[in-house]
Design a protein around this ligand. Structure first.
Ligand SMILES: *Cc1c(COP(=O)(O)O)cnc(C)c1O
Ligand code: SF4
Length: 371
């Protein structure tokens, strides 16, 4: 085979069939009862079962296989296996940490910024993350996709000409069948003022076999497609995840990643550095946001302080190129939106001369010259 022919190979290079993801789901943890099969101590199992009653448990096999069970502080385990700390309620934590509900004019839609909306086709996920900031919605609503349920949201988008981006989130949109995704995509692209379809998903991380030729075809059409993945640790970047991302890149999708800063998972500069580099260099996924831990209930043990986050990202920025560097943000309660948290480099300004701290830490004077 010539190298030319190699280039024309279809995106999917795996020998597994396009239905392999169904086996990966079946062989994973799908409900509380499946926790019994995991190598947990009786005490850990009892605690996990109790915590799983408050926030659903689901872990596809490929993600489960990444856990090192000999390490009680394993960063993969910490993200998906319920722990007793989740049951500790702390004053100040919130059911709706980022104020989605206050900006929801119709069911299944949040409109906080003029040009973009969040659309929730499903409140179900392929994996349930313990730190999820929408876990109350996922637990209390539990609804899947139906065509009818999205009608008011689609009518709302059609009626607001300023909306350019539709962000499918949830729940995990890529937990839906290809047919549902194609239907949603075609309904959205029929609205002429919408330009871009964005998909926020943890499927490329937790169930990469789901990223099939059929899935990407379902999303291709008139709209620019951006997929925002959710990798939190370099150990999640596997050969399978690489293949899933290659499939999406070759389909013409732009790939970005958002991570959550989590105590005991990725709150070390070396861990974040490796994550960001591998995302960009191996997966072709641009690190977009690093989220400060939201005030989701039962997650105090996973949050860092803002000062710790600021110190981490300052060090990270020293080590990484601009394209590998995410923006550290907080999603403010009551719908204040996402705002940058990194410490400012501006020390002050007097008579048109700014004092700005350089990347080397030294403060320099910058005199503005404006014609
Ligand atoms: C995060 C979010 C967006 C997307 O914001 P970007 O900064 O463009 O990524 C849009 N709407 C809502 C309500 C959000 O929470
Ligand atoms: S996949 Fe996303 S929405 Fe679902 S539990 Fe994880 S963080 Fe929450």
């Amino acid at each position: 085979m010539t190298s030319d022919a190699n280039l024309k190979q279809p995106a999917a290079t795996s020998s597994r069939p396009d239905t392999a993801w169904q086996d990966d789901v079946r062989a994973g943890v799908r409900q509380v009862r499946d926790l019994a099969a995991l190598p947990l101590s009786p005490a850990e199992r009892a605690a996990a079962q109790e915590a799983a009653a408050a926030h659903k448990v689901r872990v596809p096999k490929p993600y489960l296989d990444l856990i090192d069970w000999t390490d009680p502080n394993d960063p993969i385990r910490a993200q998906v296996i319920p722990s007793p700390e989740e049951l500790i309620a702390i004053e100040g934590e919130l059911d709706d940490p980022i104020g989605d509900h206050a900006f929801s004019p119709v069911p299944r839609l949040t409109h906080r910024h003029a040009d973009r909306v969040l659309l929730f086709p499903t409140y179900q996920c392929a994996v349930y993350c313990r730190f999820c900031f929408r876990k109350e919605s996922l637990t209390s609503i539990g609804r899947g996709y139906t065509r009818e349920a999205l009608e008011p949201a689609l009518a709302y988008i059609a009626g607001h000409e300023g909306i350019r981006e539709v962000i499918l989130t949830g729940g995990d949109p890529l937990s839906l069948p290809d047919k549902a995704l194609a239907e949603i995509r075609s309904r959205i692209e029929a609205i002429p003022h919408v330009r871009l379809l964005r998909i926020h998903t943890r499927v490329p991380v937790a169930l990469p076999s789901r990223i099939t030729a059929g899935l990407v075809a379902a999303l291709q059409g008139r709209l620019m497609v951006t997929v925002v993945t959710h990798f939190n640790h370099a150990r999640e970047i596997t050969d399978e995840a690489e293949e899933a991302c290659r499939t999406m890149r070759q389909a013409g999708f732009a790939l970005l990643n958002q991570s959550v800063l989590l105590n005991g998972v990725n709150d070390h500069v070396e861990v974040l550095e490796e994550l960001c580099r591998e995302l960009m260099y191996r997966l072709g996924v641009k690190p977009y946001y690093l989220h400060h831990g939201d005030l989701a209930r039962g997650m105090a043990h996973r949050r860092t302080t803002i000062a710790e986050g600021q110190a981490l990202v300052a060090e990270l920025r020293q080590r990484l190129s601009g394209i590998c560097s995410p923006t550290y943000v907080i999603d403010l309660p009551d719908g204040g939106g996402k705002v940058p948290l990194a410490a400012s480099h501006i020390e002050g300004c007097e008579d048109g001369t700014w004092r700005i701290r350089g990347q080397d830490g030294k403060v320099r004077a910058y005199r503005e010259v404006v014609g």
